[in-house]
Design a protein around this ligand. Sequence first.
Ligand code: NDP
Length: 246
Amino acid sequence: TNTLNGKVALVTGASRGIGAAIAQRLAADGASVALTYSHSKDRAEEVVAGIRSAGGRAHAIQADSARDEDIAAAVDETVRALGGLDILVNNAGGGTFGPVQELPLDAIDTMINVNIRGVVVGIREALRHLPDGGRIITIGSINADRIPFPGGSVYGMTKSAVAGLTRGLARELGPRAITVNNVQPGPTDTDANPADGPMSSSMLGWMALDRFGRSEEIAAMVSYLAGPEAGFVTGASLDIDGGFGA
Ligand code: NDP
């Protein structure tokens, strides 16, 4: 613990679910944490209040990851409010599932804009501030590599895209010792994919472990990647999926 003392992290999409757990964990590790949300102001403020009451430093920012100007403003506000930026966690994202011919084009645009474009724009903005040895971590999905049901083609495409981005950027930023990694969760119990939801028994059928993941488990892998012991891990897509991809 406290391996991130003195560091500043920005976690996108952290009012709920995996992002909220990441923000809480990085704060518990000692980082000052800025977190973005799109709509859930109250939930985001609850996450901030929880971190503050545990003695940490946190700041919530409304920023739609589909909007370039919101992302730029969130990075600027992080630096202004917390004094810098050392760790970027691209977590905001989601999926609309259905046969490709039936998916509305605006749902396809949203997946591409948030899951891919928002990640690229966030990285471009963060790179104006990240010091040598900084960290870039993206939350992809095991669906980049395995998608054993129909209806996830575009979502899977967006998560494969960030895996490719991660490999290329690791090469670009290696000379500055900035590591770039992609965490690929499997089914994780959140509002987006509840463990008691309609897809739950199908999901378990594709997994080695007979349970969904917990957001805190994903956050623990992010904590490792953000920390000083992970300086030799870069360009990697790391599965944390209960064996979904096995
Ligand atoms: P949730 O839907 O539970 O939470 C999504 C979070 O992201 C919320 O805080 C939401 O904010 C925020 N968000 C959504 N869209 C935007 C946007 N356009 N701009 C800013 N913030 C946004 O999702 P999960 O926690 O389940 O998923 C988090 C990440 O993990 C996603 O990238 C997802 O693809 C990935 N993932 C999830 C898996 C799972 O099984 N849960 C499996 C594999 C990957 P607000 O509350 O304001 O809407």
